[in-house]
Design a protein around this ligand. Structure first.
Ligand code: GAL
Length: 675
């Protein structure tokens, strides 16, 4: 994977979505003044400007964008220029109603909001690409242009369409994948419920069906929709690369977003960028940390950019409290700490009108530099200038969590033993502990080379596609430690059961056979008892119980209740030079924490330095130096002992000796030389 850095390789990008077309041009000049004062060096422009750039089918108007790009260049601010295709103009809906998407009940969406396009509409794609070609030709040599921003948050509002164009495209996609209708029938298991197809024209989109649609079909539809949106992206990407092959191109991703296979998408992006909006009063942003780690992992550790966040409050939750003073700064540094090279916001100046006028911005409705929010923005922007050398540095993790979109989609299809097994929740049971312990974690796909890791955790690996079991066996055989959990190894890539006793393809590696599973009702619990020293005790568990027969593995915990009392609830199997652990229930966090502590210590995976829970610590590295991020999320002042060595305080706010003292919402970035 080619490693392309951020738009300008020696600076942290700082800025936001800039939508000045909402304002008279005198305001633009004041924007420049305020941007420079706040250290803004990068803005995303034109994201929702299609209607202004193309008033009708034939006419284009770039005059205002010309003036804007020139103004940015004159002020030394770079542009992340958008292709503007995220919201088609009204004339398109009027003249080509087939460009509007259709929901599963067959109802067509209308224009008047945004993202109202069918991903398989040739008209939408063609007009979009024509616009992009003009943008590329016009601005390819413009001194302000630093990066291309294709569309915006693909799939955010409309990730599925059920129109006739999509149906026709789905049939083509299926023909390409399966070659023959017989193969499709076999993979989807259509002999059940009289679903056998004799001709491609008999296959529909799994929209409104009397009861469960065919799971193979649902899974393929999910893949097809991710691919359809990717084709929209690629259509624009190719046009851009013809004209500006050297400029980075991307689209912005979203937090734990299910509809798109971001690992697949990221292969076609020069840099991963994403938009983060954690609930501001929900405490330590562990979910955002996980997403930062995922985004960093999508391109093998390459630094990402935080493309959007809010300074203060959003407008789209039922209740939209403010981020408290200092929180925006702390959370911005969390992005940097976990591998980000850019910190951006939605949006620069709060709108006067429109659906997002109550959404926070870098410049509030007061319109000047005197607001609390602007002052925080200004402080952060000017601090970041001291940190430019961090750009391009990497995080080196020894632990990884398997993350697979296909598995996510398949696991959460309907008609399962329990409707409550959710992929992200299962991952969070394990990720949260690693976060609290400040263990660096990468996310990997099941078939990735795992040799650089010592510990790999694969929660709820329901789907085990061809080659995956071999890959995991290779990892453990060579000395790795693997942990996987209940409802793993169940189906192949078509959602067909792996026969021969669960977790069939992982049976040898785990040394167990799961004969049956007993999902628990909401509120129902069981307990697991552990007699051996490190995990000794009884722990509550819920959601699921696997009935495990040992086939070489040892039991490390046993259920205490129900007809399977005494049977193993968690196991370990020595395999080659490594060990494979299995947890056959959803155990309470205390059990998971102790188990993970043991695995971490057995595999020598450590935090960069010891800190209490609630103090986030990470390390980024260049070859010759290391940057230590220490972030205090706790409501009180903390004192953190530093390891031996010499540290420079890059923000110059704290005295560095043996300890570092951090108040609430305070952080420190220390530099040490690699010896
Ligand atoms: C994002 C979107 C922005 C803006 C923002 C509000 O999802 O990309 O355009 O709507 O949310 O939080």
């Amino acid at each position: 994977m080619a490693s392309m850095r951020i738009p300008f390789p020696d600076k942290i990008c700082y800025g936001g979505d800039y939508n000045p077309e909402q304002w008279p041009e005198e305001v633009w000049r004041d924007d420049m003044r305020l941007m420079k004062k706040a250290g803004v060096n990068f803005v995303s422009v034109g994201i929702f400007s299609w209607a202004l750039l193309q008033p009708d089918k034939e006419r284009y108007d770039f005059a205002w964008l010309d003036r804007l790009m020139d103004l940015l260049a004159d002020n030394g601010i770079y542009a992340d220029l958008a292709t503007a295709t995220a919201s088609p103009p009204a004339w398109m809906a009027r003249d080509y109603p087939e460009t509007l998407p259709v929901d599963e009940n067959g109802a067509r969406y209308t224009n008047g909001s945004r993202q109202h396009y069918c991903p398989n509409s040739p008209v939408y794609r063609e007009y979009g690409q024509k616009l992009v070609r003009r943008l590329v030709n016009r601005y390819k040599s413009h001194p302000a242009l630093a990066m291309w921003h294709i569309n915006n948050e693909y799939g955010c509002h409309i990730s599925r369409c059920y129109c006739k164009q999509c149906e026709a495209a789905f049939r083509v996609w299926l023909k390409d994948k399966y070659g023959s209708i017989e193969t499709l029938n076999d993979r989807w298991g259509t002999n059940f419920w009289s679903q056998t197809y004799y001709d491609w024209s008999e296959i529909h989109l799994p929209g409104k069906t009397p009861t469960y649609a065919n799971p193979g079909q649902l899974l393929d539809y999910q893949r097809f929709m991710s691919d359809s949106l990717l084709e929209c992206y690629l259509g624009e990407y190719r046009v851009i690369k013809e004209g500006t092959p050297d400029l980075p191109v991307m689209t912005n991703f979203m937090p734990h977003f299910k509809p798109l296979d971001y690992f697949k998408w990221a292969k076609h992006m020069d840099i991963v960028t994403w938009d983060s909006y954690p609930e501001p009063t929900a405490g330590i942003p562990v979910g955002a940390a996980m997403d930062h780690d995922l985004m960093r992992s999508l391109r093998g550790g390459q630094p990402f950019m935080l493309m959007e966040q809010v300074t203060s409050q959003v407008n789209w939750r039922q209740h939209n409290p403010l981020k408290r003073p200092g929180v925006m700064r702390l959370w911005s540094y969390q992005a940097l700490a976990r591998g980000g090279d850019g910190i951006m916001f939605f949006q620069w100046r709060a709108s006067r009108a429109g659906a997002e006028k109550f959404h926070g911005a870098m410049v509030t409705h007061t319109g000047d530099e005197h607001s609390r929010v602007y002052k925080e923005v200004e402080q952060l922007g000017n601090e970041l200038k001291m940190l430019d050398e961090i750009v391009g540095s990497r995080i080196s993790a020894k632990a990884a969590i398997v993350f697979d979109y296909d598995n996510w989609w398949a696991l959460e299809l309907p008609s399962k033993p329990s409707a409550d097994v959710k992929y992200i929740e299962q991952i969070r049971h394990y990720y949260d502990h690693l976060f609290r312990k400040n263990i660096a974690v990468d996310f990997v796909q099941p078939a990735d080379d795992l040799s650089r890791y010592d510990l790999v955790i694969a929660p709820a690996l329901y789907m085990v596609a061809e080659g995956v079991a071999d890959n995991l066996e290779r990892f453990v055989g060579n000395g790795g430690t693997l942990l996987t959990t209940f409802f793993s190894g169940i189906v192949d890539e078509h959602d067909r059961i792996h026969l021969g006793g669960y977790p069939a393809p992982l049976r040898k590696l785990l040394g167990i056979c799961v004969e049956e599973f007993d999902p628990m009702l909401p509120g129902q619990t069981n307990r697991v008892a552990v007699t051996e020293a490190t995990l000794y005790g009884e722990y509550s568990c819920n959601l699921w119980a696997d009935l495990i027969r040992l086939e070489g593995a040892q039991s490390i915990a046993a259920f205490t209740d129900d007809f399977f009392a005494g049977m193993p609830a968690a196991t370990v199997n020595a395999f080659g030079k490594g060990k494979a652990y299995y947890v056959g229930t959803q155990a309470e966090p205390a059990f998971i924490s102790r188990l993970l502590d043991r695995l971490l210590s057995d595999s020598n995976v450590e935090a960069p330095l010891a800190a209490p829970e609630g103090v986030e610590v990470t390390c980024r590295e260049h070859e010759d130096r290391r940057y230590w991020f220490i972030l205090n999320h706790l409501p009180e002042t903390v004192t953190i002992p530093l390891p031996p060595g010499q540290f420079d305080d890059m923000l110059g706010r704290t005295t560095v000796s043996d300890n570092i003292v951090l108040q609430k919402n305070e952080l420190s970035i220390l530099r040490s030389l690699n010896v």
